[in-house]
Each structure stands twice: as structure tokens, then as C-alpha cells.
Ligand binder design. Structure first.
Ligand SMILES: C[S@@+](CC[C@H](N)C(=O)[O-])C[C@H]1O[C@@H](n2cnc3c(N)ncnc32)[C@H](O)[C@@H]1O
Length: 363
């Protein structure tokens, strides 16, 4: 876990970035967080705030005494905020909530610009519904969507503040809501799905998931199944449709993924049991499985790497019955075969093509 000091206004915060590999010099904040904090401290020092998409709790800790509501789609972000508040002996008087069930009395929102523009549009509409009249949106220049200015102008008047340390802040005064297609219905491989705005594969089936589904008939029969990193739940639902007696637990760190899986399950002819966990992998559940299905992420927001996959493989090893198996799909170049061997005695290839491999790990 990386630790560093953030100096802002009259405080110094010790901020931790959970999950970062000791060899990756990653901090819990970036220059865009600093810019948002400075803008609030300078121009809005006494406004109540709705904070959106704070990745590791830097905004939450720096602005803690002004926060009315802190909202995130990410369970990892929420856990980082709680950890960093505790490490700095701070108490948030406002609410901490997920990305869908948001309520607030504030009129000003502070947002870290998300990578996914569907989600960005969803959140700006959500702000309008909540009665917010101004949003300060911060981001690193290299991470900004190319269409950001046009996108924001659809919702109201935009003032872009000067670039500072390769980051910027947009002041958006809200006037218009725009139509948003999410949650959206899709059918992929005969599975009916309802996908929220921030769900992976919300518009089209991922090619890795497609490869996994092409070889689903090669998987063993199992009673207790986990769909780890479930997205809209495509892998777990498809498996349950062909193995009617299995129970399925869905895990994702995205709240919208969990809500999508929950809404998708009853759209399909299934009578078996399903459970849902919004969490950092299997971290907090003391459950054992015969089979874990996983199409792991290879990035955390803008940070690419296999640090999350490693964490998930390690957790899976601990959550499998002695004869249980973890089934993983991945791009060939990610070398999951080698990574899995660090945690499992046996790693077998179930299928491969020029781009993907499907692996089974046990023991
Ligand atoms: C490659 S997508 C797979 C989605 C879906 N299973 C599919 O095959 O289309 C990876 C998923 O992992 C989730 N994820 C990322 N980090 C996670 C973590 N630490 N714990 C649980 N899920 C995580 C993402 O939210 C995303 O839904």
C-alpha cells in the first residue's frame, strides 16, 4: 500500500492507496484532485458539496467538513475513503453512498471526470435531477475525452479554468437535461441483460467474454458458482441457464455492475438462487465455491496493470473448495498462465485462439 502526504490549505493529509504494488509508485491523488481542492478552498469555502468519483478518498479527506454527500460507483474507492478518513482521524458528517441512490441538499457538485462518457452524462443528468446548479469537473489533460467540451456544453454554460500541472477544471452551470439511454436492454448469446451506464460491456459483448462463452460447454458441472468481476452478469447467467441446479454469487466492485446483474437475472428463465456482492473481489466474504468464473480487469481507471488480477487470483485460491476450479479468460499477452502458477499447483489451457486463452486453475 502506497502512502504519501498531500498538502492543502492548512492541512497535511497522509493518504494511502490500497492495492498499489510496492514497485508501482502510485499516489492516492493526482494534480486534478489538487486543482479541485484549491478551487473549492479559494472560491467556495463554505458551500455544501456533493462529491462524485473521488478515487482514493483525497477529495473526501481534504473537503471533509463541507461534504453533504460523497458518492461513488466503486467499492474500492469507498473502502479507500473510509481507510483514509480513519488514518487522518477525520469524520465525515455527510452521507457516503453508491452511484445510483444519491440524495443531497447541496447545490454544488465536485466531480472527478470519469473515463466512461456514458457514465459522465448519466451523472450530470443525475445532478440536474438532484437540484445541483453548478458542477466543478476536474481531470488530467491526457485523460480527458476528446469530446469533453461539446459534451459539457449540451448541459449548460462551460467555463474552463487555466491548465495547472497538466490538469484542468471545468465550471459547468447546469441548464438542460439530455436523454440518456441507460439502463439499457441487450440480448447477447441468448442472455437478456439490463445494463446501467457504468457497466463494462453495456453496449456490446466483450470479445474476451465472447471467447469464454464459446467454450462454456467445456466447464465442469458445479453447485456453488461465483461470477467474479461480473459486469452485467453475462458469464454467471449463461452458466446458470445450462446448469439449472447451481447457485450463483455475483461479485463486482462497480455498484452499477451489481445492480445490472441483479436486474438481468430475472429477465432470464432461471429459478435457482443468486446473491450479489458489491466489493473488492472476494475480500470480505467467507464463502467457498466449486467454480469461479472470471474475466478480470486489466486496468484500474487509467492505470493499466495486472495488480488487480493478481489480487483476485489470490482471493480465488482461498475461496475454492479443495476440488474447485478458477476459470479465467485473458489476452494471450497478459501471460495469466504464469501469474496463476504463483497461486495454483495446476493450470491448464481449456481453449485458445490467436488473441485469447481460457485457463483452468486448481490445487
Ligand atoms: C473485463 S470486465 C468483465 C465483465 C463481465 N464479466 C464480462 O465478461 O463481460 C471486468 C470487471 O471487473 C470489475 N472489477 C474491477 N476491479 C474489481 C475488483 N477489485 N473487484 C471486483 N470486480 C472488479 C469491473 O467493474 C468490470 O465489471
Amino acid at each position: 500500500m502506497q502512502q504519501d502526504q498531500l498538502h492543502c490549505a492548512n492541512k497535511t493529509l497522509d493518504l494511502f492507496r490500497p492495492g498499489a504494488h510496492p514497485k508501482q509508485p502510485l499516489r492516492a491523488w493526482d494534480a486534478a484532485d489538487e486543482y479541485l481542492i484549491d478551487t473549492i478552498n479559494t472560491h467556495y469555502p463554505s458551500n455544501k458539496l456533493l462529491v462524485l468519483n473521488d478515487q482514493f478518498g483525497a477529495l473526501g479527506c481534504a473537503l471533509y467538513n463541507q461534504i453533504d454527500t460523497w458518492s461513488s460507483d466503486s467499492a474500492c474507492a469507498k473502502q479507500s475513503l473510509e481507510l483514509n478518513l480513519k488514518k487522518n482521524a477525520l469524520t465525515l458528517n455527510g452521507n457516503i453512498c453508491d452511484s445510483i441512490n444519491v440524495s443531497t441538499d447541496s447545490a454544488l457538485a465536485v466531480m472527478k471526470i470519469p473515463k466512461n462518457t456514458s457514465f459522465l452524462e448519466f451523472q450530470i443528468n443525475q445532478c440536474i435531477t438532484l437540484g445541483i446548479n453548478k458542477v466543478l469537473l476536474g481531470g488530467m489533460m491526457k485523460h480527458l475525452p476528446k469530446t469533453i467540451l461539446n459534451l459539457l456544453q449540451k448541459f449548460g454554460e462551460v467555463n474552463r479554468l487555466p491548465f495547472v500541472k497538466k490538469s484542468t477544471v471545468f465550471e459547468l452551470t447546469l441548464n438542460n437535461a439530455t436523454p440518456n439511454p441507460y439502463p439499457k436492454k441487450n440480448t447477447f448469446y441468448g442472455v437478456h441483460l439490463l445494463s446501467h451506464a457504468n457497466v463494462f460491456g453495456r453496449d456490446k459483448l466483450d470479445t474476451g467474454a465472447e471467447f469464454f462463452l464459446d467454450h462454456l460447454d467445456k466447464l465442469p458441472k458445479a453447485n456453488k458458482v461465483a461470477d467474479l468481476c461480473c459486469g452485467s452478469g453475462i458469464l454467471g447467467i449463461k452458466y446458470a441457464l445450462t446448469h439449472k441446479n447451481s447457485t450463483t454469487d455475483f461479485y463486482d466492485e462497480s455498484f452499477m455492475a451489481i445492480e445490472s446483474s441483479k436486474a438481468s437475472w430475472p429477465l432470464n428463465p432461471l429459478v435457482s438462487e443468486a446473491n450479489y456482492f458489491w466489493d473488492d473481489g472476494l475480500k470480505n466474504e467467507d464463502k467457498q465455491y466449486d467454480l469461479i468464473l472470471c474475466n478480470p480487469p486489466f486496468h484500474e481507471a487509467h492505470t493499466v496493470g495486472d495488480h488487480i488480477a493478481k489480487r483476485l487470483f489470490k482471493q480465488s485460491k482461498a475461496a475454492l473448495e479443495p476440488e474447485g476450479k478458477l476459470i479465467v479468460v485473458g489476452n494471450r499477452h497478459l501471460q495469466y498462465h504464469q501469474t496463476l502458477k504463483k497461486y495454483f499447483k495446476h493450470v491448464e489451457q481449456i481453449a485458445s485462439n490467436t488473441k485469447f486463452v481460457l485457463l483452468s486453475a486448481h490445487g
